[in-house]
Design a protein around this ligand. Structure first.
Ligand SMILES: *Cc1c(COP(=O)(O)O)cnc(C)c1O
Length: 528
């Protein structure tokens, strides 16, 4: 293995199973270029920009100013540029290939959205501009709100939440405020076992005791268990529909009625709206609050902590408690309600600095308008068709834990891998070698070794056929006993198996320079 002078391996692929053994002097492999840590590339005195020394200023930090150097590496501009371009080329992205991550709706992001979001007058808005100078932007937010209310059949929408989980927080805070306004302090929230982890986390953050409701054999929530848990201390239920097993909760209206009967509210996790867009209106199902992940259903790049937006549609019962600020339209044009007084006196307050994720609003509205009502409906139809195409294409090799047609994602368990020595994780690693981002794994928790595949509507039949072919090949290889291949995968990725637990639990986030040694300069000068 090649090591640089800091002891880091620089060789990207040390294929050690005897098949191939490649060693290059640089550690690069063709177009796959290694990049040492940027700190390792630094060289004292090297600079990117030549600027005059700043004029001395009076220190007003009361002794808090830094005494030593900041500890950043000294680099030239091309070095910095190459470093980040090299890193960016190791990214997997929806723009690079098929990205079937279940529950995440990684669909194509139309370029028109990006173009519109960058238009002068939109891209350079400032949230502190006087409202008289941003009438168009407020109208855009209002327009988007109108589309969202129409699509969901709900009377109100809170636009400010910044992501799905933030939207859940908004919805549950509205539910809590509504109970409090009624003089009640309810203590429990019911959440099905298959729920996305953010649901119980949100309920707990709002001070509720979370109670899990088991699933039936067919993957839907067990109504009898639900009825047993209901009571006057239940603040509400948080249900995902379609649920995280990729199934439509067929008893959803009954669930709504049951929770309303005990005075609770129905929170619907709407992250999977992509599956029912234009086909079902959550407002008709008795929903009181539901977040919409604009970054999933209405495209816009997301993942890796990237920007999102999670507007929350609200029923008449919860609308008065919506967070500020929000846009209103009156005789003199568009305005913002920024104080919890007057018409907003019941608002539970503010949950974000400004009015919402404007860039996401623009992209989502562009997406809706470019598709139109018929196009939005077709999205849901094709998303469900594609998921079922994958399900049927793999069903003789992978077992579906729940019978019948799925919605927008196909769920499999690991029962056909039993006895092969290959786990869901190993299969996923081999998918990386085939050039695919793996599906969602081990979620939902109710299914053993779960594999949740969401192709989305934007993939062609050719892409799906190729993916199904690759999966079938891997599953045959596992069945034939080629276990070592899987245990060693990924063989061709820039990095191979990492200790994922250690990386998550003990991340090394700070660079500690090694003690200087005599005559040493940089990684590459040492090698020359
Ligand atoms: C993505 C997702 C969330 C959370 O949304 P974020 O925008 O990532 O916070 C919640 N529930 C479900 C079912 C999801 O798929």
């Amino acid at each position: 293995m090649m090591l640089n002078n800091k002891g880091r391996p620089t060789q990207p692929v040390a294929v050690d199973n005897g098949e191939i053994s490649i060693e290059t002097f640089t550690g690069n492999m063709g177009l796959r270029l290694e990049s040492p840590l940027i700190f390792e590339q630094g060289m004292p005195g090297r600079i990117g920009v030549d600027m005059a020394d700043p004029r001395p200023v009076k220190v007003r930090l009361g002794g808090l100013e830094r005494k030593g150097p900041i500890g950043l590496p000294d680099l030239s501009e091309p070095q910095v540029l190459r470093h980040f371009v090299r890193l960016s080329r190791q990214n997997y992205a929806i723009d690079a290939g098929f990205y079937p991550l279940g529950s995440c709706t990684m669909k194509h992001n139309p370029r028109i959205n990006e173009k519109v979001a960058r238009l002068a007058g939109l891209g350079d808005l400032h949230p502190l501009q006087p409202t008289s100078t941003v009438q168009g932007a407020l109208e855009l937010i209002d327009d988007l709100a109108h589309w969202l209310k129409t699509i969901t059949g709900m009377p109100a929408v809170a636009m400010s939440p910044a992501a799905g989980a933030h939207g859940e927080l908004c919805g549950v805070m509205a539910i809590r405020a509504a109970h409090e306004a009624n003089g009640e302090s309810r203590t429990r929230i019911l959440v099905p076992e298959s729920a996305h982890g953010t649901n119980p986390a949100t309920a707990a953050l709002c001070g509720y005791k979370v109670e899990a409701v088991p699933a039936r054999k067919d993957g839907r929530m067990d109504l009898e268990a639900f009825a047993e848990k209901l009571g006057p201390d239940v603040a509400g239920v948080m249900l995902t529909n379609p649920n995280t097993c990729g199934l439509f909760e067929t008893d959803v209206k009954k669930i709504a009625d049951m929770v309303h009967e005990v005075g609770g509210y129905f929170y619907c996790d709407g992250a999977n709206l992509n599956a029912i867009l234009g086909r079902v209106r959550p407002g008709d199902l008795g929903v009181d609050a539901m977040h919409i992940n604009l970054h999933k259903t209405f495209s816009t790049p997301h993942g890796g902590g990237g920007p999102g937006a999670g507007p929350v549609v609200l029923s008449d019962a919860l609308a008065p408690f919506a967070p500020i600020p929000y846009v209103v339209h009156n005789d003199s044009g568009f305005d913002l309600v920024e104080q919890a007084e007057g018409q907003a006196q019941k608002s539970f307050g503010r949950m974000k600095g400004f009015h919402g994720q404007m860039g996401m609003f623009i992209r989502a509205l562009a997406y809706m308008q470019s598709h139109g009502a018929d196009g939005l409906r077709q999205i849901a139809e094709n998303a469900v068709l594609n998921a079922n195409y994958v399900r049927v294409g793999l069903n003789d090799k992978l077992h579906s834990p729940f019978d019948g047609i799925c919605m927008h994602e196909a769920l499999f368990d690991d029962s056909t891998l039993k006895g092969t020595g290959v786990t869901t994780l190993d299969l996923a690693k081999a998918m990386i070698d085939e050039g695919y981002h793996p599906m969602t794994m081990y979620f939902p928790l109710v299914v053993h070794g779960a594999m949740l595949i969401e192709p989305t509507e934007s993939e062609s039949r050719q892409t799906l056929d190729e993916f199904i072919g690759a999966m079938r090949h891997l599953l045959d290889r596992a069945a034939a006993g080629d276990t070592d291949y899987f245990l060693g995968a990924p063989h061709y990725a820039p990095r191979r198996r990492l200790d994922e637990t250690a990386a998550a639990r003990n991340p090394v986030l700070r660079y500690t320079p090694p003690a200087p040694t005599e005559g040493e300069e940089t990684a590459f000068s040492a090698a020359s």
